[in-house]
Design a protein around this ligand. Structure first.
Ligand SMILES: NC(=O)c1ccc[n+]([C@@H]2O[C@H](COP(=O)([O-])OP(=O)(O)OC[C@H]3O[C@@H](n4cnc5c(N)ncnc54)[C@H](OP(=O)(O)O)[C@@H]3O)[C@@H](O)[C@H]2O)c1
Length: 293
């Protein structure tokens, strides 16, 4: 379904990885009035050459947003990478969207977004969700589960060492590929109606034990799970050079997997993208070089 394909659709953060993929999907699905918003328009000259209108959109410059959002019917707000500044950034975007007459907002949130002190960087998503809900506009909040790509940061090391460090009691994570998340976001922009919050997941959740087995299968090398406490995991990450704050955010995500917040499977990807989400095994098979194989 693409019932809003002829409305004016704006994607913020179009210069990022998810944003570019979302624009490609809008083009592929026949959207006729696409606006790509980005801080650096020069980066999107290739899209401009293909008929996409490119506008400067920077949430850190709220005074510029009314002009940037003029004439837009529906908007995909891609959560920024400005951790710590995101509530102010994204609330400014929501307020400006409402003032500009936007009718529907799609937002890329996170699973179990909540204000609780244990929620790590998902707290910012909760307050953004609240700003969107309070706007009175239509919305489709997409709680994107962990990208499968997140694993590529350390998968080659895990496979080479044969050791996967994960929290005791892990109950699984529904990894979703960034491409599936992007196609879903584009689909929600094309067809989302009303007000809804939806989890965007892969086709199955994968525990650390299962992830190690999949690494072993794809590499032909044994991979063992070393189950550790949150403090041990945090210390190990810091010792490996990850900044303390970011390590804390990563541990918070793993704690959510222990709680069971990530052990969720929905049909959201299929409903909005029209295709089944990629399995984690297929994702690994398609990314062998990044696994050091
Ligand atoms: N679910 C997950 O596992 C997961 C993992 C990583 C990140 N995320 C979230 O998903 C988002 C998209 O992921 P990605 O892979 O595409 O990340 P990315 O390539 O690092 O993109 C960062 C995004 O932030 C935007 N941005 C930064 N500052 C901005 C500002 N001042 N105003 C407006 N936009 C701003 C960028 O837009 P321009 O460069 O075009 O201005 C870009 O779209 C991330 O920003 C993050 O919030 C989720």
């Amino acid at each position: 379904m693409t019932q809003f394909k002829d409305q004016t659709l704006l994607v913020t953060g179009a210069g990022g990885k998810l944003g570019r993929l979302a624009i490609e999907e809008l083009l592929a699905r026949g959207a006729t009035q696409i606006i790509a918003g980005t801080r650096d328009s020069a980066k999107l000259a290739d899209l401009a050459a293909r008929g996409v209108e490119v506008r400067t959109v920077d949430f850190d410059k709220p005074a510029s947003l009314p002009a940037a959002f003029a004439g837009v019917d529906r908007m995909l707000i891609i959560s920024t990478d400005g951790i710590g500044a995101r509530v102010a950034q994204q609330t400014a975007a929501v307020n400006a969207a409402k003032a500009a007459g936007v009718k529907h907002i799609v937002y890329t949130s996170a699973p179990a977004a909540r204000p609780n002190p244990d929620a790590g960087i998902s707290v910012e998503h909760f307050w953004t969700e609240l700003a969107i809900a309070n706007s009175g506009l239509g919305f489709t909040i997409l709680r994107n589960h962990m990208y499968a790509e997140n694993n590529l940061a350390d998968a080659a090391h895990v496979i080479a060492s044969g050791q996967l460090f994960g929290l005791i009691g892990d109950r699984g994570t529904s990894y979703v590929s960034r491409a599936d998340a992007a196609r879903t976001a584009a689909g929600a922009l094309l067809q989302g109606e009303g007000q809804s919050i939806e989890d965007v997941t892969g086709p199955a959740f994968v525990t650390n034990v299962e992830r190690a087995a999949l690494y072993a299968e794809v590499s032909g090398k044994p991979v063992q799970v070393i189950a550790v406490t949150p403090d041990q995991l945090q210390a190990g990450m810091v010792a490996a050079g990850i900044p303390e704050g970011f390590a804390g955010a990563l541990v918070a995500f793993q704690k959510d997997a222990v709680t069971g917040y990530f052990g969720v499977v929905t049909d959201t990807v299929e409903r909005y993208s029209g295709r089944k989400p990629e399995t984690f095994a297929a994702f690994l098979a398609a990314n062998r070089p990044a696994l050091g194989l």
